[in-house]
Every structure is written in structure tokens, then in C-alpha cells.
Design a protein around this ligand. Sequence first.
Ligand code: URA
Length: 279
Amino acid sequence: RVGGVISAHLRFGFKIHGYDDSTSVRSARFSTCATTMKLQQILYSQGFGTRRQCMVHIAHGNVVVAGETQRDPDADIAVDGLVVTVNGEDWPFHERAYLMFNKPAGYECSHRPKHWPAIYELLPMPLRLRPSKSAVDGVQAIGRLDQDTTGLLVLSDDGQFIHRMASPKHHVPKVYQVTTRHAVDDAQVRALLTGVVLNDDPEQVAAAACEVISDTHIALTLMEGKYHQVKRMLAAVGNRVEALHRSQMGGLVLDANLKAGEWRWLTADDLALVKTPIL
Ligand code: URA
């Protein structure tokens, strides 16, 4: 596919440098042309180290494009659908990274963890090194889960997207599978739905939905993401969380094929689902 696109570009004798989804490079006039980037810039943007390190990868013959070792750092490569092979590993080009991750217990969602290893250690190096305009390079989790909470995290390197999704204004509903120490009774469900007062927080918080799955298992939907919110809400109704698992954000459900600690790229459909209300 890449080879095909490159030859089209040679045939028509024009080229477009840089990659910006918002430009109309796919306009009718250029319909046979694809967006291209210099090979070195591609590697850098995808997180294969500093510009210099990317040069070295290429010079050492460690980079394969469309089945051929590519030694020219300035080669123009079409990025649509590109899979570049670096040190034998295939890497699909993504202008921005949007991931789904199944968080295992025993990991902190911080780049500077205090007591447990960071979830970021479970990601491949390029995802941790992708250059970014923010203070920290690489992908970042949207919202945090406690060390002992498992399940769905969305990670991205798109600052605007992270900001939008994490903002309370956006009201992305999150569904938690809660295993409780004591059986959940009707009064507790009612209190969770009408609102409880959390310590040091004057405003009541209420669950948007509470489905009783079994005596000690409820699915709780929350619109906010306050610190330890599920644990504090269950404590406020006189119960206690034994295990906590996030199964859904907006309309996006954790992929059942992802084992704890595994991740995958989000598709455009997945991304639309994150923003979809579920209630
Ligand atoms: N509520 C909690 O108490 N912990 C989490 O990790 C997420 C929500």
C-alpha cells in the first residue's frame, strides 16, 4: 500500500510534507496523493527516541518500510495505513495515540508513583516516549484508578482530548462493578441513588444508576470522578468495597479480549462511543 502511494506521488510530480489531519490534503485535486512525512520525523513522532536516535535506527538499517530496508532519513513516506518495522517490531502509524488499557491491580496511574509501579511500565517504549507539548511525554491516563482498582482506562497523548474527557463539564458516565463486603440492601441502593454526603465534601453525590447484580455485587454508574468516590459512597451507606473494576466509560465497554495489563488502539468507532451517553 505504501509503495503504491509513493509511486502515485512520483507519477504526479508533487509532494506534500508534514502531516495535519485538519488540512484538506485529501481534496479532489489531490485525490491520488497521500500525506507524506520524512522517515526520521515519522520515527520521532511515534516515540522511537530523540531525533538523533531515530537517525541512528535508520542509518543502522533497522527500519523497514513496505518490505524494504529504508536508509534515507529524508525519504517521503505516505503515512495513511503505514506500518513501519523498527528492530523487527511492526508499528502502525498513528498521528495521535488513543488506547484502551485493562488496568491490573497493584499499579498506580501516576507518572511519578509513590508505592507501586506505574501503569506506564506495562506499555511499550514508543507509547511512553511519544513527544508531546505537555509536561510529560508519552500517553497519559484520562482520570485515575486506585492502585487496587482494575479495568478500563483510556490513555492518549492528545492534550485537548484528555482535558475534554477529564473535565467534569463533560459528564462522561463511568460504570463500576463493585463487590461489597456486606449484602447490599434496598435502603443502601436508595441512598446511593438519592445522594450521600462524603466526608470533607459538603455537596451530596448520587449515583446515576445502581443495578443490583447479586447480594454483594452492584454496577454503579457515576458522572463525577471524585477521589475514592465509589469506596467513600459505599462507606457512607454503611458497606465496604472489597473489589472494584471499571467496566465502561461512556458507551465504551472494556474489551473482553484484553487481559489485565494488556492494551489496544482505539478505533474511530470506539472514540465516538466514549463520548456517547449511556443513560
Ligand atoms: N472510585 C474509587 O473509589 N476508586 C477508584 O479507583 C475509582 C472510583
